[in-house]
Structures are given as structure tokens and as C-alpha cells.
Design a protein around this ligand. Structure first.
Ligand code: AMP
Length: 212
């Protein structure tokens, strides 16, 4: 099963992606996670992307396209994958189509997590993330010990792009570029809108239903 998870910042893509990869045994291919790791490791890719990411702006298409090309070539993506945070622009979606066509694959479902803007802003303002495993915690899903990741004991941090002015920038990027993708995929009958308001379990149930 080849799935794209779409939704504005704070819609719960990363959280749902982790649930779905565990449930279906397919890898989460997250350009955001890969880029954050490159920034933390100080690689040339990370150095190129850091300023744009911190500002809440999109990094150039050719950079993320290359990341996904490499991820799709990996054996772990052979039996299916979950794209989280990619594509984010129509040119990225076109590039993805070409990559998949070359491999004789196609997208089966595009899950669109729908969450009203007020809820997104509220969620992101209280969000803390594990720098190691990228799990996010918020007011509705706090860690067991305050400030500490449940999975690996790492100290949680607020992502620079979760600061209020950067959040606004990311919302603008989503509305002006990424929201167009729903139209792009609609004609193929693969778009599955899902109400993203509720607990993680409730939303997961709806996503699983949408994938059937
Ligand atoms: P995310 O964790 O998906 O919200 O991504 C964090 C940041 O990484 C974004 O705000 C962008 O700066 C960058 N990024 C991640 N994926 C993409 C993409 N597909 N296209 C452009 N920039 C991206």
C-alpha cells in the first residue's frame, strides 16, 4: 500500500504516520524528519536547509525530490510506504509521479487530515518534540514524565519552526502551495478526507477506515 499523508502543520501527520507504520508494517518516509536529522548531523544538506526550515519556509523542490528518490529506492520501501510531508508542491507531485512510474508503482490513497486553523494554532503552541525519535507531545498527548520522551528518555525541545511567527509562515506555505495537491489527486479518485479533530486513537480509527 502506497499512501500520502496530507494536512496542514499540526494536523497530526507525524503522529498518525507512526501509528500507521506500526499497524501496516510499511515505512514512514518523512522529508521533515530526514531534513531535521541532516541539520542535527551538520551535513551539507542540513546546512543548506537549516535557515529555510527555521523560518518555516519550504526547501527547494530538487532537494526534497532527491531525498525521496533515495528513500523510494531503499529495499524497505519495496512493499509500500507512507509519505509524510511530501509532496508539498505540484512540481514535487509531478516528480513523484515520474519516480513511481519508473518503478511501476502508483499512489493508492491520499489521506487528507482536516483540522480547523484555530485548533492547529492551539496544538502547535504547546508542542514539544523529541530530537532523537521525532515523537511530538502536546496538551492532549503529554509525555509520562514532563519534558522527557516516553520512547528514549531524551529531553524534549520546541522545534524552532513551532514558534508562533514561523507557524503562521508554515500555514501560509500550506495554503498557497500544498492545499493545491488535493485537486491534483482528486481526479484519480484517491483522495480520502479525514476529520483530524479528536484523540490520536479516534483519528487513527478514521484513517484506518478510509484506507479500506
Ligand atoms: P515537517 O516536519 O513536514 O513540517 O517539515 C519541516 C520543514 O522541513 C518544513 O517547514 C520545510 O522547511 C521542510 N520540508 C519538509 N518537507 C518538505 C517538502 N516536501 N518540501 C519543501 N520543504 C519541506
Amino acid at each position: 500500500m502506497n499512501v500520502i499523508l496530507l494536512g496542514p502543520p499540526g494536523a497530526g501527520k507525524g503522529t498518525q504516520a507512526k501509528r500507521l507504520t506500526a499497524r501496516y508494517g510499511i515505512p514512514q518516509l518523512s522529508t521533515g524528519d530526514i531534513l531535521r536529522k541532516a541539520v542535527a548531523d551538520g551535513t551539507p544538506l542540513g546546512k543548506k536547509a537549516k535557515a529555510l526550515m527555521d523560518a518555516g519556509k519550504l526547501v527547494p523542490d530538487e532537494i526534497v525530490n532527491a531525498i525521496i528518490e533515495e528513500a523510494l529506492a531503499s529495499p524497505r520501501a519495496a512493499k509500500g510506504f507512507l509519505l509524510d510531508g511530501f509532496p508539498r508542491t505540484v512540481p514535487q507531485a509531478t516528480a513523484l509521479d515520474e519516480m513511481l512510474q519508473r518503478r511501476g508503482k502508483r499512489i493508492d490513497h491520499v489521506i487528507v487530515l482536516e483540522v480547523p486553523t484555530e485548533v492547529l494554532v492551539e496544538r502547535l503552541s504547546g508542542r514539544a518534540t523529541c530530537p532523537r525519535c521525532q515523537t511530538s507531545y502536546g496538551k492532549d498527548s503529554p509525555p509520562k514524565r514532563p519534558g522527557i520522551c516516553d520512547n528514549d528518555g531524551e529531553k524534549l525541545v520546541v522545534r524552532p519552526d513551532d514558534m508562533p511567527d514561523r507557524v503562521r509562515q508554515r500555514m501560509l506555505e500550506y495554503e498557497s502551495k500544498t492545499a493545491l495537491l488535493t485537486g491534483y489527486y482528486k481526479a484519480r479518485g484517491v483522495v480520502r478526507p479525514v476529520n483530524g479533530v479528536g484523540t490520536v486513537d479516534e483519528v487513527e480509527k478514521r484513517v484506518v477506515q478510509a484506507l479500506q
